[in-house]
Each structure stands twice: as structure tokens, then as C-alpha cells.
Design a protein around this ligand. Structure first.
Ligand code: DGP
Length: 120
């Protein structure tokens, strides 16, 4: 699999500080910020700072420190955002997964029941 990375994608530009974002949490390897089109009271995107296009790319090529840093950011967001009642984590991937932004991101959605897993 060739994971060609477009460094002009919107999240790459956010990471470079070219576009503002509503940051929730940041560490050495990940950034978490509010989705611009929230679909739940809590809708946070967690992204790695490295150039990874998708979950499978990140899972294959990220270092142990990057993997740990990303998961630490997920834990921090969940602790900060009051999702004790539960949440949904989504990683849309490529065409069949309806991925719009080609930089790996995990949606954390919560603050209300999120419905059945898929509506196709
Ligand atoms: P998807 O690639 O389909 O998993 O979703 C991309 C999400 O990114 C979508 O929910 C909207 C969000 N988004 C797109 N552009 C921006 C932006 O400039 N800022 C923020 N905060 N979110 C964005």
C-alpha cells in the first residue's frame, strides 16, 4: 500500500499554524481540537503530528512513541470532555470510509446517545 501524503491538506495546515483551531489538548505527538462541523455536543478530532494519511498507515508506520502519544491524547480528551456515559470513536478511511481530510484523525463524539453504529 502506497500511503502518499499531501502536505497541503487542511490538518497539515492546522499543524503548521496556518489555520486556527480550537485546541482541546496537545502533546509532543498529537493534537486534539474541536470539529468545525460538530455532530454531537462533544465532537473532538485527535490527530497525530506526523504525516500519516489514515489509521492503517499510522498503525503500520508510526513509532512506539507516536502510538503512545496519540493514545495519551485520546485518554486526555475523554477525561476532559465529560463522556463518562460513553462516546463513539470513528476513523473514516479512504473512499469507502468517506474520509474527507487525508490526514489520519479520530473523531470522538459524545455528550448524547450517538445512535446505531451505521446508517447506510
Ligand atoms: P472525515 O475526513 O470525513 O472523517 O471528516 C473530516 C472532519 O474534519 C469533518 O467532520 C469536518 C472537519 N474539518 C474539516 N475542515 C476543518 C477545519 O478547517 N477545522 C476543523 N476544526 N475541522 C475541520
Amino acid at each position: 500500500m502506497d500511503y502518499a501524503y499531501d502536505d497541503q491538506n487542511i490538518f497539515a495546515r492546522i499543524l503548521r499554524g496556518e489555520i486556527p483551531n480550537d485546541t482541546v489538548f496537545e502533546n509532543d505527538h498529537a493534537l486534539a481540537f474541536r470539529d468545525i462541523r460538530p455532530q454531537a455536543p462533544v465532537h473532538v478530532l485527535v490527530i497525530p503530528k506526523g504525516a500519516y494519511v489514515s489509521l492503517d498507515h499510522f498503525a503500520r508506520d508510526a513509532s512506539a512513541a507516536e502510538l503512545a502519544g496519540f493514545m495519551a491524547a485520546v485518554a486526555a480528551v475523554c477525561a476532559m470532555e465529560g463522556v463518562e456515559a460513553g462516546f463513539r470513536a470513528i476513523c473514516n478511511t479512504r473512499e469507502h470510509g468517506h474520509q474527507e481530510v487525508p490526514h489520519f484523525h479520530m473523531h470522538i463524539l459524545g455528550g448524547k446517545p450517538t445512535g446505531p453504529m451505521l446508517a447506510v
